[in-house]
Design a protein around this ligand. Sequence first.
Ligand code: ZN
Length: 143
Amino acid sequence: MYRYSRAIYRDLHPQLLEGQFRPELGQRLLLAACERTVERLARDHRRFARPAAALFDDVRALFPVSRQLMVYDIIEVHMDAALEYLDQEIAERGSADLLRCRATNRKGKACQRVPVTGSDYCPSHRFLEKLQQEKASSSALAA
Ligand SMILES: [Zn+2]
């Protein structure tokens, strides 16, 4: 699930206000807001009305006025993708407990551990994420 907060952050951070006294503070606030929103979405997206608008409200002050529409647009695209993924997960797995590790254990059951912050996997399964990213980047190169 955290890949959505990372993707939003990745696309938004180049749009942040420039010439700030502490640029790293803006980046940190932005990342924290993205993670908070995606976590809330993962926990209970049915009771989270208009997540894109909520995140936009949280972070809009970090961006110049001239870029706000673009910022909203970026957030909305990623939120739609995250919601679609959640619906698909619920259809396939019967639940959307996405704050659990994505891996399955040796017995073929879903790992019950809590993922590392910023990852979809727990500490023991974190290597799977690396493998996945390598696969994704090699298929992106091939395409
Ligand atoms: Zn695990």
